[in-house]
Design a binder for this molecule. Structure first.
Ligand code: NDP
Length: 450
């Protein structure tokens, strides 16, 4: 008789958990997975996917305007928030179904309920049933962090923003990270008056300074109002909406107040500390290079480990875990040169070091920059410029960072990321022929150091 009910029990059916479960089952492991919300997790249900669909919806307003310069006349469309939300919901239902099918096909047993740890090998399900597993993988993700301030119960996070019944005409967003700038672009593009309140002086701390400046400028040009070096101190429900009071005493009325102030790991009440698993101060599971916690039988992948909060990273961590444990191929998920995109307006693609990080790490850094007007806007008349930037370690000629802000930047940087990851040199970039006319060609045409 087997010592345990399962070889592997995964808590959390998001991107990392599902990948780990499927790959482990493929190697013949007996696998179960528990999910208390919906199979698919943050990215599929209330993150990347619905966000990108909303971003696409928000671009049409500018596209209709731009079309006039190309001869399209009398375009007067009306936007329906309800249609967008309903169509998005349909797509999310479809993806949720596909994720369930994937798990079923892989013969992973699904428990659609909460599971908590009783000890290093035992789990308790919501109905009180206990199960045992040789290995337990924590893949419970994270949830939005909202600061504790008077009236915070009236605020929403990105999770609720996807399901608003009515489109908010006036939106105040707190924070200026990924989610804040993406939703500022979404609401603004769809016709809302948007204010971004941020405790520092420009958006997207951690990104390359030129990119930050460029986005801050463009967002302001698009009509987004910034309140820098300001935070919300209270929110009050009044007859005209929500009254937002700032720490400088200013007051503003809004229909929705959204906090995009970071995400924290989902470990509360999971029984981890009680079972002896070491957690960081913010609740993240502390893991080694192979995603193993301090207990031999307990592993963790994805946002719950707070390494890099990105879906492809969670998937890679889940895959590497399954290969290592069940495929006998020790794989440590790499966290270097992870490309990322921000679906702001305009969007950003980025891989490798920022200019300041590159200067800190290396003695001689050459900077190549190009700012240009995308061809489309010569006819559309829109005052929107793109920026491409390469950082080259002068002694080795290696490209150590590539950044772009402008239409299609995420699509373009995905390809550039291969070159940066492979350690290609500026000479390799220069030797590559351009695709003309494109914005991507700037990456192989920049010759002047700035
Ligand atoms: P971020 O960490 O990107 O940004 C959080 C923002 O909130 C920062 O501007 C931060 O300021 C501010 N902030 C934090 N705490 C407070 C506070 N107490 N009061 C006021 N402001 C505060 O988190 P997000 O919530 O935007 O996103 C969470 C994660 O999800 C991201 O880190 C990202 O990895 C991932 N994500 C990725 C996306 C993508 O790949 N396109 C899209 C969306 C999310 P400060 O800069 O001063 O710390």
């Amino acid at each position: 008789m087997a010592r345990f009910d399962y070889d592997l029990f995964v808590i959390g059916a998001g991107s990392g958990g599902v990948r780990a479960a499927r790959i482990a089952a493929g190697f013949g492991a007996k696998v179960a997975i528990a999910e208390e919300h919906r199979i698919g997790g943050t990215c599929v249900i209330r993150g990347c996917i619905p966000k990108k669909l909303f971003v696409q919806a928000s671009h049409y307003a500018a596209d209709f305007e731009d079309a006039v310069g190309f001869g399209w006349q009398q375009i007067k469309p009306e936007f329906s928030w309800k249609t967008l939300v309903a169509n998005k919901d349909k797509e999310i239902d479809r993806l949720n179904g596909l994720y369930i099918q994937t798990l079923q096909k892989a013969t992973v047993q699904i428990f659609e309920c909460r599971a908590v740890l009783k000890d290093a090998h035992t789990l308790e399900l919501a109905d009180g049933k206990t199960l045992t597993a040789e290995t337990i993988l924590i893949a419970t993700g994270g949830h939005p962090y909202l600061p504790d301030l008077p009236g915070i119960e009236h605020a929403i996070s990105s999770s609720e923003a996807f399901y608003l019944v009515d489109f908010p005409k006036r939106v105040v967003i707190s924070g200026a990270g990924y989610i804040a700038v993406e939703f500022a672009g979404i609401f603004n593009g769809l016709g809302a008056d948007v204010t971004v309140a941020y405790r520092r002086d420009k958006v997207l701390r951690g990104f390359d300074e030129d990119v930050r400046d460029h986005l801050t400028r463009h967002m302001a040009q698009d009509g987004i109002k910034f309140r820098f070096e300001t935070v919300i101190s209270s929110i009050e429900k009044v007859s005209g909406g929500l009254e937002v009071t700032y720490d400088n005493g200013d007051v503003e009325l809004a229909d929705q107040v959204m906090f995009a102030t970071g995400r924290v790991p989902n470990t509360d009440g999971l029984g981890l500390s009680e079972a002896g698993v070491q957690l960081a101060a913010n609740g993240a599971v502390i893991v080694d290079d192979y995603s193993r916690s301090n207990l031999d039988s307990i592993f963790a992948v994805g946002d719950v480990t707070d390494r890099i909060q990105l879906t492809p990273v969670a998937i890679r961590e889940g895959h590497a875990f399954a290969l290592t444990q069940y495929g006998d191929v020790p794989v440590s998920p790499e966290h270097d040169n992870v490309p990322s995109a921000v679906f702001s307006n305009p969007p950003i693609g980025s891989v490798g070091l920022t200019e300041s990080a590159a200067r800190e790490k290396y003695q001689n850094i050459d900077v190549y920059k190009s700012e240009f007007r995308p061809l489309k806007h010569t006819l559309s008349g829109r005052d929107e410029r793109s920026l491409t930037k390469l950082l080259v370690e002068a002694d080795s000629d290696r490209v150590v960072g590539a950044h772009m802000i402008g239409p299609d930047a995420p699509e373009i940087i995905q390809g550039i990321a291969i070159a940066v990851k492979k350690g290609l040199t500026k000479t390799d970039f220069d030797a590559t022929l351009a695709i003309h006319p494109s914005s991507a060609e700037e990456f192989v045409l920049m010759r002047e150091k700035s």
